[in-house]
Unconditional design. Sequence first.
Length: 238
Amino acid sequence: MAIDRTLLPAALFGGLVAVGLIGAGLAIGGGVINAQTGNRQVTVRGLAERNVTADLAILPLRFTVAGEDLPTVQARIDGDLANVRTFLREQGYGDDIVTVGRLEVTDTQSQSYAPSPGTPRYIVAQTVTVRTNEVARVAQTERALNDLVRQGVLLDFTAPTYVFTKLNDVRPGMIAEATASARSGAEQFAKDAGAPLGPIKQATQGSFEILAREDVDTESTSLDKRVRVVATVTYQLK
């Protein structure tokens, strides 16, 4: 069926131009998401990303001892604690950044359910936590934990948590980048539509996201991270 081209309003023409520009806009980190030449405005999205490295590491070391005699189990957990402290000192951590958590004691015979046959009566657990800005050192320590296992320390292996705390340092520059990216997309649309770009009518900044730099990792356990923000800006068209 033939289409009467005289029925195509100018707004539809502007929308078709916008669709054609979306791919180009994405290449610069954003793109046209809404264009209304009839209302003389265009809404674009700008993306800014920056690679960063975590500056705070939290390493929990949880170890357990089980047995039938509580004093014996307590003595063994005390020995393991001494070994863990020595290990951490050898790794270069001062006592001021090492925290010893509350001792956990479980009497399996006092539970509401019957323990499995062969379950030791007492299970004692202790957690030691390192909190430091020396993130590279923690990554090395994680690879050296087998030394504790060789000493008989029964570790519950938990990956360190890496945190990026300097978001405020990169926030202003990234907002400027996202806004510039959005303006670039708007200028390209205005140029192709033959409508000079006017001032900003409305602007919205999305939430900052901190992601793992590689998609195969989780953010909390990734030393290398990626900060991302999207700005949505509406410009008037002259």
